[in-house]
Design a protein around this ligand. Sequence first.
Ligand SMILES: [Cu+2]
Length: 159
Amino acid sequence: MKQLVIAMLIATLAGPAFASGNHAGGHDDKLAVGEPGDKSKVTQTIRVTMKETEDGRMLFQPAVMKVRKGQTVKIVLNNAGQTDHEFVLDQEDKILEHKAVMAKFPEMEHADANSIRLAAGESGEIVWKFTNDGDFKFACLIPGHYEAGMHGDVSVTTK
Ligand SMILES: [Cu+2]
C-alpha cells in the first residue's frame, strides 16, 4: 500500500500536474490590490467607460475609484471606443512593469483575473475583492494607450 502511494506521488510529480498551476511569469490570483471576488458578495458596482476622444486622447471615465478595504466590487466596463481597450488593475509598479512587457510584445493578451480586454463596442465585468488598503492603479496597456491617457487611480480606504 505504501509503495502504491509513493508510486502515485511520483506519477503526480512527473505528470502534467507538476507543470500546471501558474503559467510562465508566475501570475498569482492574490495580488496586493486584492483577489477575484465572489459575485454573491458584491456590495458596490462601478461602471467605467473606455473611449477615445476627438483630440486623440484615450480615457477611462471615471478615472478615479474609491472603495473600502474588504469590499467586493463589480466593475462593469464598456468599450465605447473604436478600437480594443483593456483594463488592468494592479499596483503602480506592476502596471508599469507590465506596460514595458506589452511595449515589446504588443500581441500579448492577458488572461489574468485582474484584467479584461474588450473589442470596440463590447462590455464586460470584473468582480474584485479589495483586500488591502492603499493606492492602486488601473490602466490600458495596449501600446500607446497609457500615454494617451488611459490610466486611473483606485484608492482603498479602511473607512
Ligand atoms: Cu486602450
